[in-house]
Design a binder for this molecule. Sequence first.
Ligand code: SF4
Length: 389
Amino acid sequence: MKDKAYASMIQTARDLFEDLSFEYASKWKSKDKSRRVIGFLPIYIPKEILHALGMLPVGIFGAGDRLPVIKGDAYFQSYICHLPRTVVELALNGNFTGFDGFIFPSICDVIRNLSGIFKLQLKDKFVRYLDFPQNFQKNIGGEFYRSELDRLIADLQGLNGKKMEPKKLNDAIKLYNKNRQLLKDLREIKRDRPQNISAVDYYLVLRAGNTMSVEDHNDYLEKLIELVDKIDVMPEDKIKVIATGSFCEQPPLGLIKTIENAGCYIVEDDFQLGHFWFPEDIPENSSDPLESLIDMYLHKSTFSSAVYEGDQPKGELLAEQVRDLKADGVIFCAPSFCDPALLDRPLMEKALTKHHIKHTSFQYHENLGQFHVIKEQAGTFADMIKLWE
Ligand code: SF4
């Protein structure tokens, strides 16, 4: 049975998810004059750098169905994804007033253009398009990435006058290593006993980690994991699936719930992929912690449609993940018009088919409100595997 303490903790995460005024960030900032709040777009940024400079990284993942798009549509053509529309709407409505700046990681042209709109519309804020290397040799991609990070640090320092100190960066790395470990612990429970925490609850907990400070999220996770671990319920007759393709524009909560209610336990997904960007700890006591962050990015980043695959085809990595998790199949679940996800999909489908792994696919947008077609599709997929595999 799930008790009141569990319900109350999930409600905390849900309140943060619902809050488009970012009150948590405003309160956090009000505690010290030197604190700054920096919004970031999906998927990954080196949050440790912000922490070391006394700044709170806050994930901006659109507004889902919680905000009607009135002005945002005027900035974009119809045939692109939905996320930038709600992000612009939030910006123009003043929801980001308490933010001091924004980082737009290089994942696609839409994000690049969005950073341009922010530069034009929010002239008093710091706006940075952060380029990541697509070459993974230290003397090429590594040097390029260091120059990007040096420039970022120099500009961030100008926001509150603090200086980057290696010790502070090492301390931040320690805190985020702990956060990654706790998230992995929770993920392990979700994989082994998916009945203990629903996919929606799990999602809300991960999402809270992109709103709360890392210290608060670590405390929160420690308490929650204890509760989730103790839950004793029987698993239902559901297949285990990996959901992939939703690393940027987020699926509506109703969609996540629909997949699970249709007979699929989601044992792995990429909804909040940035938390799991590195599979292992970043060295904590380096004399050059920035170098550690760079090395991790070059050599240990997870696979993603936003990153060049080099000699490790993503379809093969996905097939490996299916085998490791003993998943029954894969649901390709991507936002409409998402170039990175949809361009990769045929290659990944081909690889899964080659390995005789069952898969199905559909598209969504963040404010989708009708799920019956997806319920039928996911339900049929689950039944097909249960009956004939
Ligand atoms: S949903 Fe896809 S296309 Fe849209 S901004 Fe994100 S990565 Fe780019």
